[in-house]
Design a protein around this ligand. Sequence first.
Ligand code: UD1
Ligand code: CA
Length: 459
Amino acid sequence: MTNYAVILAAGKGTRMKSDLPKVLHKVAGISMLEHVFRSVSAIEPEKTVTVIGHKAELVEQVLAGQTEFVRQTEQLGTGHAVMMAEPVLENLTGQTLVIAGDTPLITGESLKNLIDFHINHKNVATILTAEADNPFGYGRIVRNQHGEVIKIVEQKDASDFEQQIKEINTGTYVFDNARLFEALKNINTNNAQGEYYITDVIGIFRENGEKVGAYTLKDFDESLGVNDRVALATAESIMRRRINQQHMINGVSFVNPDATYIDVDVEIAPEVQIEANVTLKGQTKIGAETILTNGTYIVDSEIGQRAVITNSMIEESSLADGVTVGPYAHIRPGSSLAKDVHVGNFVEVKASSLGENTKAGHLAYLGNAELGANVNIGAGTITANYDGQNKYKTLIGNNVFVGSNSTIVAPVELGDNSLVGAGSTITKSVPADAIALGRGRQTNMAEYAKRLPHHPQNK
Ligand code: UD1
Ligand code: CA
């Protein structure tokens, strides 16, 4: 039997108090809508329709090319939103999953179970439900004395008795596709919020004597609907716990998983060790046996095997096997560090490449520079890459030795095996095998210090 899916993402999310549409708020690095879309993909829908409305262009960008879109120009309720999908899905045979874009924790596994349950029970509609300790705010599942689902009643419409019900509607359902759109023709806005509720079709099916059921999640956490930023932070912490657990199962060690922040698409090889207060964001990959110490923050970067990153920040860069960075180093976008490179404390590297085994141990700035292999950059070395208007390149060959506190004014090239004396200001290229001294000569004035007040003889 063919599966279809409708994702509801037209609402503003007033309770978020945000300019950003609610479903675009991120959980562990990707939007709630993308989380929902990925889970929906597990049921392999033949068609997925995403209902957009508030700031539709922004929402559309996030899933462009992956789903069909329909517009709900006025947000008249969840039932009205589903109606918008009718032109795409009418007359199709199969079952349609309807899911809200603000429930990022529902897993693909649960959606598959829901579909199987729906088919096995030959239901016209099956609701995904959960048992909540505090059901406030959710629609409640009303059952009769035989335990059969009768209807869903919203928080604002619930009687005192109904408010005691702990079984809640997750906002996810599977319907017989044709019957869904027929039943939607009979819903109205006679309720506390004056909206068309998708939940009302359940009562309509029951009154027609059609078979309605509920599949209950084992884990309430999955059902969390994010309506405000308190729930957003809760979703974030649940998602992170899930991500970290999966990495631990894959062989990654954490000193304190509760204080380690890893986005959903980050890949980590086995035998990696991660200390507390480490953040790994975006499309980051970490190679086997690498160590990330406390305070390390890595964004969209690839780190090789057996690297050690100590309390440092790395952005949009690639670091090969055996690289050591930090403490307190900053590798900025567009940098690549070859095998066994060492970048030490208070070193900033920007849009630069460092060849194998090259070392910049202390207090240096390397920007728009290409360094060969086995280069030694002395403490305090600066590539002066900017004249106030343009950026220029510094080219440094293999086996070059740059003495401490040198300023290398780009554009300039240091040839292979050359040496720059400490304290030099280099404005002209240095040929291979040459020594360059770009500093004033030292003069020593014998006995002269004795004339000065600091000298012990004069006190
Ligand atoms: C809804 C359910 C409630 C359930 C809860 C689960 C209804 C009437 N109520 O309530 O039973 O317990 O979800 O989280 O369905 N949307 C549109 N167009 C609209 C209105 C909403 O696209 O006109 C979208 C929103 O963007 C959101 C989703 O539908 O992604 C749910 O809407 P929301 O207003 O959050 O519904 P709840 O009040 O949470
Ligand atoms: Ca909601």
